[in-house]
Design a protein around this ligand. Sequence first.
Ligand SMILES: Nc1nc2c(ncn2[C@@H]2O[C@H](COP(=O)(O)OP(=O)(O)OP(=O)(O)O)[C@@H](O)[C@H]2O)c(=O)[nH]1
Ligand SMILES: [Mg+2]
Length: 399
Amino acid sequence: MAGAWLLGAETRATADERPRAVLMAVVQDDRTDEGAPGTPASLRELERLADTDGLTVAETLVQSRDRPDPATYLGSGKAGELAAAVERCAADVVIADGELSPGQARNLQDKVGVPVVDRTALILDIFAGHARTSEGRLQVELAQIAYQLPRLQGAGRSMSRVGGGRVVGGAGMGVRGPGEMRLEIQRRRLRRRAAGLREQVARLGRRRERMQWRRTRNRVPSVAITGYTNAGKSALLNRLSGADALTQDVLFATLDPTVRRVTAQELRFTLTDTVGFVRNLPHQLIEAFRSTLEEVARADLALHVVDASAADALSQISTVHEVLREIGAGQVPEMLVLNKIDVASPETVSALRRVYLDALQVSALTGAGINELRDALAGRLQEREAQRSAGTSGTPSPG
Ligand SMILES: Nc1nc2c(ncn2[C@@H]2O[C@H](COP(=O)(O)OP(=O)(O)OP(=O)(O)O)[C@@H](O)[C@H]2O)c(=O)[nH]1
Ligand SMILES: [Mg+2]
């Protein structure tokens, strides 16, 4: 089910069994914050991401270091171990739990003999496999191009070095190494394709804006469901609206915004399901999905769904807040709800309740607390509406 990008379509088409991956990471001595590359929480998540992408994790290799080696990421001894591990478990791909520079990926790849990619590439691959609407696909392709472009340039530089050609001709000849011209053509094609994609995404974004404007004019308040990936956002949307959005125990099941109508306490409002967030969400993806994510920025209320059964729920909450700020949705009023209360440990729940005193507890699975949540949502929206009309009644309406 993985996207056709990470390993190339042939690998996937012929392989009967799931491709095998070796995970690797450098733990930096000065970065012990939860979620930093190579920490247990981050590695667990990388494993889940790999699993979501249809890969079997064969082995995990971690090196403690001051910083990653600028040329090979791992130190040379550890890189040798990595090559041995790849050989031993017949791995098809190596995935780094951090970001690899194009040079690091290439050098390691030469050493181990299979593709070496990073967390960003893995997430892009999952997105490619999950995008369903044309807008989602356009956005994923845009993100992939943004990821590929600098890597093509890296290849160009090394190739011209090998070929002994000068990148810029000194005598006005513009002599280039072999392969450099082909790369330049490829680069230009990609840039042109990206420009076209950006235009199409913008057009779709404008169309959505018009629809949103109509909704605002009709004064139908909107609630955007946000939260960490796999928190149960789609499940909650289904519970609240009686819809059947796709829920799956994989990461990033939802990529396209799904809108549903809900009525509670005689108030009609819309509920929008959105893409889940994750630590170190690749910047290319935030850029590409900006117009989709802006749905959240325009909402009257953000319903922040928290997986209360996750041991690192608190750090997931901060990640979500960071991404919301980054997409300009930091100001949207938020209602935080603790989901999966049926399987959450009492310790995690009480730790969460110490910070979020009045957070409702629900289970999208059993339906516990759902009616209360629906009413609370309607209540908050009515409050806002009342404030808004109180605020505007004194001032003359513009135009
Ligand atoms: N036990 C339990 N499981 C739940 C609950 N809510 C959701 N799940 C499960 O959690 C998994 C993820 O649910 P989704 O609704 O797909 O999560 P999501 O936040 O939409 O995930 P993405 O779209 O991938 O970001 C599914 O296997 C659900 O069945 C709950 O209250 N209790
Ligand atoms: Mg979902």
